[in-house]
Design a protein. Structure first.
Lengths: 111, 120
């Protein structure tokens, strides 16, 4: 499954909203359990990636509620309601519907 | 707290082998699936492999299938990645990562990574 993220680069302004798109080459809806297997990760500069969102819209523990995930089928969005300076980094989507698991190419967010 | 620490990286010649290890603590290793994910210098993330909690199932990325082998020792809370027939394009930081749940759940904890450089 090919994952395509847009934009590649996203300049943001603190306090303003921001959104990142992720599209998959086929639906990520699991036909048996009804979950959609799309996760979002953030890799801050010089750090390992960290989980933000799993199964499209479930916020990981400790993730601020300004982050939200939405979408279905093949189209997904990560939204930050009010960007903060600490949100800079590269955002990746990842599909876990089928093997091999695949990441999107990443979206670089900076101020 | 959950800790995941990789080791075993280094410089290796093309065609040679290298074995990475991942020591874990702070959680019940035997009930967690485990992933390896890599990142070439200046590039994005690439999923490498996953192993189920009991070692019963293993899956690989297309670029490493047949050359890499993931394994685990639940008695030692340790994950391994045996890398054979290494190529220049395998040069990357290799992250050990915990999956949520028994199998290939989302990655909820990542190690700091170990750098593998394949070069003559």
């Amino acid at each position: 499954i090919v994952m395509t993220q847009t934009p590649l680069s996203l300049p943001v302004t603190p306090g303003e909203p921001a959104s990142i798109s992720c599209k998959s080459s086929q639906s990520l809806l699991h036909s048996e359990d009804g979950f959609t297997y799309l996760d979002w990760y953030l890799q801050k500069p010089g750090q390992s990636p960290q989980l933000l969102i799993y199964r499209t819209s479930y916020r990981a523990s400790g993730v601020p509620d300004r982050f939200s995930g939405s979408g279905s089928g093949t189209d997904f969005t990560l939204t930050i309601t009010r960007v903060e300076a600490e949100d800079v980094g590269i955002y990746y989507c990842m599909q876990r519907l089928e093997f091999p698991l695949t990441f999107g190419g990443g979206t670089k967010v900076d101020i | 707290q959950v800790q995941v620490v990789e080791s075993g990286g280094g410089v290796v010649q093309p065609g040679r082998s290298l074995r990475l290890s991942c020591s874990t603590s702070g959680f019940d290793f035997s009930t967690s699936g485990m992933h390896w994910v890599r990142q070439a210098p200046g590039r994005g993330l690439e999923w490498v492999a996953v192993i189920f909690h009991d070692g019963s199932k293993k899956f690989y990325g297309d670029s490493v299938k047949g050359r890499f082998a993931i394994s685990r020792d639940n008695s030692k809370n340790t994950l391994h990645l045996q890398m054979n027939s290494l190529r220049a394009e395998d040069t990357a930081i290799y992250y050990c990562a915990r999956a949520a749940g028994f199998s290939y759940g989302h990655i909820d904890h990542w190690g700091q990574g170990t750098l593998v450089t394949v070069s003559s």
